[in-house]
Write a protein that binds this ligand. Structure first.
Ligand code: TEU
Ligand code: CA
Length: 544
């Protein structure tokens, strides 16, 4: 558990290193690039950075397939450079959170190679089974829409290994105590360097109770055998007590398919497992069954979902964007013409909800989904797999492409837009992923020169959130969830603030219900009006 309230008092900024800033012209963001932007980040006011994986990786899944947990991939720089980054961040009061990916390794990890070479010890690090009468070991589904079983050791083999993600991401066998010892050791390696915590990748699926067939499901057959199992809870407690607590480090678990009950079990302080979790339900309020089928976001559905989670958990991680999600403001139906307004509203919302705010690179300037032309511009393995699957289901080409374009994770992974020079100032070379076509107008330099800029409002809201104890610690109380307006209170020792968001591109009269709140703390509009909420306006109010 985190020392005092370290994890509660912070604002976290996620960096996707390959897309942040390239300094050597190879088209891939690097550690020197991040170091060069630390002043920018300190100025924004954030105090923790979470890095998506920087470790050695063949990049089948952009670093989430780790080949060496105690290394820095040469494309990003060296371990010395990383140490320098840590020290430079610390000087600016910024702590570092590393991504801990322990459901699987890369198939190019030493352990998997030694398993393939026949070393019994390492075979037992993975989940390897014989096929059943010429068929696969079970009927499970896979997160990346492929088959979760691949031949272990060549086509002629009668054995398979389990991978819930790509073929190059074999799942670890958490029944093996040696795996636990290895992971403790890896965590201590980074903690000794001074990192303040870990973001734990798909942490609630690591322990598979059994490999029995699953109940057929359109979402993910087999998940009842590995979602939040007792084995998983026990591992989390061990890591907490033996590794994290002595360092005062905190964790945020990425937990898939959790409901509020499962979530509570994972973060209940008495259980000593995780400090916070990322849940997904609010990211699914615009989807039909699976995330690739998106409908238009209905603000009221989003509001109700947020309220439910705010009321159900004492503390949680709050986020609207990360490297797996299309940009949030692009999900609003009437976003056209209101990019800046919607981004400011999201800043207000994120910084006034109860919980630790996690923001994602580019969110502070209102970056949007990318204008990808066709599949050749998309790199993400998940997008390619889903496109293939849709083809096998005879979904017509134009619909298939529309689906990918709208939902692809690459929407959030395009290079950071720094200025209006070529490649948005991200690289002098060829960027690894296309730069969003809107970079001439949407970029840090232009935004900071704009008196109406988005980043200045994010900065203001971050400062407010850090300095106001009601926003940090106050209880959440819902107040209004209408078709357009979300209003909620934060309450601490009898003091109250009211957060108000217009989630549509239309002006609406200030609702009756919140009329008693007549003292404006801040509005996202300079020319706001007493009785009207302008398109996507955010307001924070006091009484009297
Ligand atoms: O994501 C896990 C996850 O379940 C998803 O959100 C994932 O992006 C996918 O869309 C499921 O359909 C984590 C990481 O954040 C992601 O980048 C990795 O690809 C994945 O785990 C595997 O490590
Ligand atoms: Ca580079």
């Amino acid at each position: 558990m985190a020392a005092a309230n370290l994890h509660k008092d912070t604002v976290v900024y996620q960096i996707y290193p390959r897309s942040y800033m390239d300094t050597n012209g190879d088209g891939i963001g690097d550690i020197q690039g991040i170091i060069s932007k630390l002043d920018y980040l300190a100025d924004l006011g954030i105090n923790t950075i979470w890095f998506s994986p920087l470790y050695k990786s063949p990049d089948d899944d952009n670093g989430y397939d780790i080949a060496d947990y105690k290394s820095i991939d040469p494309k990003f720089g060296t371990m010395e450079e990383f140490d320098c980054l840590l020290a430079e961040a610390k000087k600016r009061g910024i702590g570092i959170v590393m991504d801990l990916v322990i459901n699987h390794t890369s198939d190019e990890h030493e352990w998997f190679k030694r398993a393939l070479a026949g070393e019994e010890k390492y075979r037992n690090y993975y989940i390897i089974r014989k096929g059943k009468n010429g068929r696969l070991p079970n009927n499970w589904g896979n997160f990346f829409a492929e088959c979760p079983w691949s031949k272990f050791g060549g086509e002629d083999s009668d054995e398979y290994y389990l991978h819930l993600f790509s073929k190059k991401q074999p799942d670890l066998n958490w029944h093996n105590p040696d795996v636990l010892e290895e992971v403790k050791d890896i965590m201590r390696f980074w903690l000794e360097k001074g990192v303040v915590g870990f973001r734990c990748d798909v942490i609630n699926i690591i322990y598979k109770d059994s490999l029995e067939n699953g109940k057929p499901s359109p979402i993910l057959t087999g998940m009842e055998h590995y979602l939040s199992t007792e084995g998983c809870h026990k591992i989390l407690r061990t890591l907490h007590d033996e590794v994290l607590e002595p360092y005062g480090a905190f964790t945020v678990g990425e937990t898939v398919f959790v409901d509020v009950f499962k979530a509570r079990d994972l973060i209940d302080e008495k259980r000593r497992e995780l400090d916070m979790i990322f849940y997904f339900e609010h990211m699914e309020t615009d989807q039909v069954i699976v995330k690739w089928f998106k409908t238009q976001l209905k603000p009221q559905k989003l509001m109700k979902c947020l309220t439910k989670w705010q009321h159900s958990l004492d503390w949680c991680a709050v986020y609207f964007e990360n490297h797996d999600q299309p940009r949030f403001i692009s999900r609003f139906i009437d976003i056209k013409g209101y990019r800046k307004e919607a981004s400011k509203m999201m800043a207000g919302l994120l910084m006034t909800l109860c919980g630790t705010p996690f923001m994602y690179e580019g969110q502070e300037i209102g970056m949007t989904n990318c204008d990808f032309k066709d599949l050749t511009e998309v790199m993400d393995i998940e997008s390619h797999n889903v496109y293939k699957m849709a083809k096998s289901l005879h979904i017509p080409e134009n619909i298939r492409w529309k689906m990918i374009k709208r939902t692809s994770r690459d929407n959030a992974r395009t290079p950071m837009q720094w200025d209006s020079s070529e490649n948005a100032g991200f690289t002098t070379g060829t960027p690894w992923l296309k730069v969003n076509g809107n970079y001439k107008t949407v970029n840090v330099a232009a935004d900071m020169a704009d008196p109406d800029g988005v980043r200045a409002f994010w900065k203001q809201m971050i400062a407010m959130r850090k300095n106001d104890e009601i926003l940090r610690e106050g209880q959440f109380r819902s107040c209004l969830e209408s078709k357009s307006v979300y209003a909620f209170k934060r309450v601490l020792n009898g003091k109250e603030l009211l957060s108000v968001c217009n989630m549509t591109g239309k002006s609406v009269p200030v609702p009756e219900k919140i009329k008693g709140w007549d003292n404006m703390v801040i509005s996202s509009y300079k020319d706001c009006e007493k009785d009207v909420l302008k398109p996507f306006e955010f307001r924070l109010m006091k009484r009297g």
